[in-house]
Design a protein around this ligand. Structure first.
Ligand SMILES: [Zn+2]
Ligand SMILES: [Zn+2]
Length: 97
């Protein structure tokens, strides 16, 4: 069954013109509207999702930075920053406590 877009009358699937008002039956209109709505909705969702992911990534990177920063050691001799797993200063060779 198809519905006339003009008067809403039910028509046979293969009807070309509405049996009530003779309007041309267009079968694609509601389908296209659905696709448009879907694309709209999907676009909005994708945008929200993108923002959400971006926020999460930023938070993650920030937490990583904070973490790695707190794990940095400083050479007691020359005070350069050394990797948290360094045993000796990369600059002066002193053993890091
Ligand atoms: Zn009609
Ligand atoms: Zn040093």
């Amino acid at each position: 069954m198809v519905y006339c877009s003009e008067c809403g009358k039910k028509n046979d699937d293969d009807a070309k013109y509405c049996i009530k008002c003779s309007a041309l039956i267009t079968r694609t209109s509601s389908f296209e509207k659905n696709i448009e709505r879907f694309a709209d909705e999907f676009g909005r969702k994708a945008e929200q999702f993108g923002k959400h992911v971006e926020k999460k990534v930023k938070e993650f990177v920030k937490s990583l930075e904070e973490e790695s920063h707190s794990e940095l050691k400083h050479c007691s001799d020359c005070n350069v920053e050394c990797n948290y797993d360094a045993e000796y200063c990369w600059k002066c060779g002193k053993k890091i406590e």
